[in-house]
Design a protein around this ligand. Sequence first.
Ligand SMILES: [Mg+2]
Ligand SMILES: [Zn+2]
Length: 192
Amino acid sequence: MKPEITPTVFLDRDGTLNRDTGYITSPAELNLFPGVVEAIVRLKQGGSRVVIITNQSGIARGLMTEDDLHMIHRKLERELVKEGGCLDGIFFCSHHPDDACQCRKPKPGLILRAAKELDLNLSRSYYVGDKVIDMQLANAVGSKAVLVMTSEYSQEAVQAMENNEIRVAFVAENFSEAANWILQDTAAVELN
Ligand SMILES: [Mg+2]
Ligand SMILES: [Zn+2]
């Protein structure tokens, strides 16, 4: 019997899990969309690993410190724990776009680091995001790309998809719908 590969779901943060209001620099500014906590709980219960991959150049821009970012993420994790959920990791790029780092999306640095540190198998992974760069990253590392229509950037990604500039496996109205599609897809793979 072949050893089963645990699926991994990578999540973008701003515009995907929470309203993208520009630079979010304090816990009070983090407003999760309805159903997000429950959807992450469902993914965890379905046996997936769940990892956030996020660009946070607000740190390099001096708008917040790394401690501020950790406080924001602690709020997110507290809300998850209350409903019986958790994350397997949060990986962020704190650099400025001009820094030419290897971790700012769409560069694959964060996902490669997560895969190494958490021993993830990218051959069975998904990536949920709202922007063209998220879909480019998913395409580059071989994750199934899932686009959510919950930000002002989503439509641009639909356009790029229609122009065949990016490949998208599923377009979801919101994160909850994205999670449900992933749960169906992972279940279908197990039946094969
Ligand atoms: Mg986003
Ligand atoms: Zn970086």
